[in-house]
Design a protein around this ligand. Structure first.
Ligand code: 5GP
Ligand code: MN
Length: 320
């Protein structure tokens, strides 16, 4: 384990912890477990999340101090979790970057090593796995609340222990968390079977836009009008891209979400030879080989065209 990170923790007293915008289970689970662990070491830990906690992760036990505006305090170090670049923290990332030494803890393939200390391991299944190792080296006893957070981090980032990053280590951590008190069926029920009905009204609309190209690329749209009609917002479409990846023969699944008429958010998933992190990196984004994202400027049609050109430079046609 990185001795500089360990020393910063042992010698410091007050820490700020943060993660990326649109946080997922790994982001929230990791940051919460780490904040709780620092508490047991007698340290002060404040968690800054730009966004509110998505409904499906509201069941996670939260540490004492979670704020949604960059706090003014003085910190001995800032821990930035599950972010390939500092700007992924969202508004306030520039202020955070100037506050104290930054410890960058991440597992993305595209990480620009923005930290003073970088604990980056693309071989780790999740950021939760790196936090688990850090807690071991700090001799923290994982209590049931930390265990639920770490289990959820590993479980969700491996697609319920199904994706390529599902390693022996991931299983071992899950085993240990179950021994520490986690009930897997309860976590799975909270994450995957507790959606508001509106999610499925939205899914119906999104699936009506589904198209495939050369039977290898699947693409669907989410527009602001769909959110309005179904009384939903962007957190309700989380995971839709994984559904369209399930189509036989599809190597790349793409979900394009309208931010406004001139800006679109891309979620991309791969299950073949295509490195979607590299494709998204070409648009200023990044992620993992099989799961990545980026933002594209332009209308929905322009965004679609740009993506198709990047995925199939030789050209492709829409399947009938
Ligand atoms: P999602 O499609 O679920 O939003 O993101 C998939 C993966 O790509 C996640 O690991 C996420 O952190 C990463 N990712 C999504 N959008 C961006 C982006 O704009 N920039 C970078 N660097 N990574 C992103
Ligand atoms: Mn992650």
């Amino acid at each position: 384990m990185n001795t500089r990170a360990k020393r910063l923790i042992e010698e410091g007293r007050s820490f700020l912890l943060t993660t990326h915008i649109d946080p997922d289970g790994d982001a929230i689970g990791s940051v919460f477990a780490f904040a709780m662990a620092l508490g047991t070491l007698g340290k002060e830990a404040t968690v800054y999340l730009r966004d509110r906690i998505p409904y499906r992760y509201e069941f996670l036990p939260a540490p004492a101090r979670v704020v949604h505006a960059v706090p003014e305090g003085k910190y001995d170090a800032i821990f930035v979790l599950d972010c390939g670049s500092l700007f992924r923290v969202g508004s306030g990332h520039d202020r955070i970057g100037a506050m104290a030494p930054i410890v960058n803890i991440d597992h993305h393939d595209t990480n620009d090593h923005f930290g003073t200390v970088n604990l980056v391991d693309p071989g780790a299944s999740s950021t939760g796995e790196i936090i688990y190792r850090l807690l071991k080296s700090l001799k923290v006893k994982v209590d049931p609340d930390m265990a639920v957070n770490l289990y959820t981090a590993v479980f969700t980032d491996t697609g319920s222990l199904r994706y390529d990053n599902t390693s022996l280590e991931a299983f071992k951590i899950c085993e240990e968390m179950v021994k520490a008190g986690v009930r897997p069926s309860w976590v799975a029920g909270m994450v995957y079977e507790s959606h508001p009905k509106e999610r499925f009204l939205l899914l119906g609309e999104v699936l009506c836009t589904l198209a495939t190209y050369g039977e290898r690329i699947a693409m669907a749209r989410v527009t602001s009008e769909m959110f309005e009609r179904t009384g939903t917002n962007r957190e309700f479409s989380d995971g839709f891209v994984e559904f369209i990846k399930e189509i036989r023969g599809v190597e790349v699944a793409v979900l394009i979400r309208e931010i406004d008429k001139q800006h679109h958010k891309i979620s991309m998933r791969g299950k073949g030879a295509v490195d979607v992190a590299a494709v998204c990196n070409g648009f200023g984004g990044g992620g993992h080989r099989n799961a990545a994202g980026c933002r594209i400027e332009g209308t929905m049609e322009e965004a679609e065209e740009k993506i198709l050109r990047a995925l199939a430079p030789e050209g492709c046609t829409k399947d009938g």
